[in-house]
Design a protein around this ligand. Structure first.
Ligand SMILES: [Zn+2]
Length: 464
């Protein structure tokens, strides 16, 4: 780590600054230092900074496997069957023989996965919305939450942010927004954290104007946002010739950040985007640093693998399915969990010198890709690129392409001015090139396409 101070959220002299709420350049230097010290203390007491020395990731992996074997009936049987343990000892080099965990197992065998020995942990159930179908429930605990918070905070400091700096959260999760703004305690915490919450659910034109006013007034050090919501807000600002000023960094999360989205956000805000990848099930997984050369995997919290269709590890540069082992959830160990996303490992290390695994990118949900009857897989990027970028010369405001069957595709489209029959014919043609001439394509014009219950937005959905 090049700048240990920054990694623990204490601004170093070269990246320190005073927020608009502060006393500006008039603050004596000792006052600034005192402020930072106080916030450092608060960050520590809120669990954003880990007190203890961390084990090495490999030791953490071995420890969670041992715990799973001793406490989870599901893993005890599985490890026995696949010879993962010998005489009570975990054989780490047999890790890849552990069968993958998936949503179905999580859904139907939750009680067997749960640790029988709670060890005094304060547990709670969390839920993952799921793009289609019923949500999945999983058990987490306060220790998990603390470790998870610490890593998320550390990632935010990579943008130059430190606790106490003005931050805006443009968040698309009703439940979280309600939780964080409802109680007096959480409101007080938000004031201390200098945090303003904006709900990104169904952003109307009126609301977006209001959000832009708030952003320009606060001039936040950091905006943390749902990728799609931030993209839409920036697109709206650009279309209406409204400025976004004073923002110093944007961190996007929840949903794939496609290249055109990143370009728009960076152009409109005039700052770089730090993309972060995480899920409800395992928390923060990876995040970009100031070099934007890929996402550093949070090796203290997760062990990440990328595998091909046969379950074999993919070399760097080759796309595969992301498999996660949580190193911090002792209440319900999640080992070799196929999280449902595609990703690619980076071929080159990042210039920042941070150690560990580097993800080149997360390329989309497994259920975003379309399939033909003959077995051909068409990645979501094909449709997103052609419909969203090549064909879209400002005539498409929003779209969603849904594969209903092997030969049936529905397109929902919110048109902008100038959209016509030619555009529709081109969309149908592009889809047929990939899905075959026999594929029926319906293009339906709609007023709005709402995000999923989880607040995330999907450009393509395969229902097969
Ligand atoms: Zn880096």
């Amino acid at each position: 780590m090049k700048n240990p101070a920054a990694s623990y959220g204490v601004s170093s002299p070269e990246n320190s600054h005073v927020t608009p709420q502060g006393a500006g350049n008039q603050t004596p230097i000792w006052g600034l230092k005192m402020k930072k010290l106080i916030y450092h203390f608060i960050a520590r007491s809120m669990g954003y900074i880990q007190k203890e020395q961390q084990d090495k990731p490999e030791a953490k992996l071995e420890k969670i496997l041992k715990h799973a074997h001793e406490n989870s009936p599901y893993y005890r049987a599985l490890f026995l069957h696949h010879n993962i343990v010998d005489d009570g000892r975990v054989i780490l080099n047999r890790f890849h023989d552990i069968p993958f965990l998936n949503r179905d197992i999580l859904r139907h065998r939750a009680s067997e996965l749960t640790s029988q020995n709670s060890g005094g942990r304060q547990t709670y159930w969390n839920t993952s919305g799921g793009s289609t179908g019923e949500p999945v429930k999983f058990l987490q605990d306060k220790d998990y939450l603390r470790a998870s918070r610490a890593i998320t905070y550390q990632q935010k400091t990579w943008t130059g942010y430190a606790l106490g700096d003005a931050m805006i959260k443009l968040w698309g999760d009703d439940k979280e927004i309600l939780l964080e703004s409802k109680t007096i305690k959480s409101r007080v915490i938000n004031v201390v954290k200098n945090l303003t919450l904006l709900n990104s659910f169904s952003m109307s034109a009126e609301r977006m104007r209001e959000y832009l006013r708030i952003i320009n007034k606060i001039r936040p050090r950091l905006i943390v946002a749902y990728a799609q919501a931030m993209y839409e807000l920036c697109k709206f600002a650009e279309e209406h010739q409204l400025q976004i000023t004073g923002v110093q960094a944007v961190m996007t999360s929840a949903g794939t950040l496609h290249p055109f989205m990143r370009e728009t956000i960076e152009r409109v805000c005039g700052v770089r985007v730090f993309n972060r990848y995480g899920t409800r099930e395992v928390g923060s997984i990876a995040c970009e640093c100031e070099h934007h050369a890929g996402m550093h995997v949070a090796c203290d919290c997760v062990h990440l693998e990328i595998v091909d269709q046969n379950g074999t590890p993919c070399p760097p540069g080759v796309e595969g399915e992301i498999v996660i082992t949580s190193l911090i959830n002792y209440s319900m160990p999640l080992i070799r969990y196929k999280i449902g996303d595609f990703g690619i490992l980076a071929e080159k290390p990042c210039l920042c010198g941070r150690e560990g695994v580097l993800l080149q990118g997360v390329t989309g949900r497994v259920t975003d890709a379309f399939r033909t009857k003959a077995g051909k897989v068409v990645p979501a990027e094909y449709f997103i690129h052609f419909v969203g970028v090549v064909l879209n010369k400002g005539v498409i405001r929003k779209f969603q392409i849904i594969q209903k069957d092997y030969d049936l595709v529905n397109v929902k489209l919110v048109p902008a001015g100038g959209y016509g029959e030619n555009d529709r014919d081109e969309i149908v043609r592009i889809i047929k090139i990939a899905m075959g001439e026999n594929c029926t394509v319906h293009v339906n014009l709609v007023d709005e396409i709402p995000p999923l219950k989880s607040g995330k937005y999907r450009y393509t959905i395969s229902e097969i």
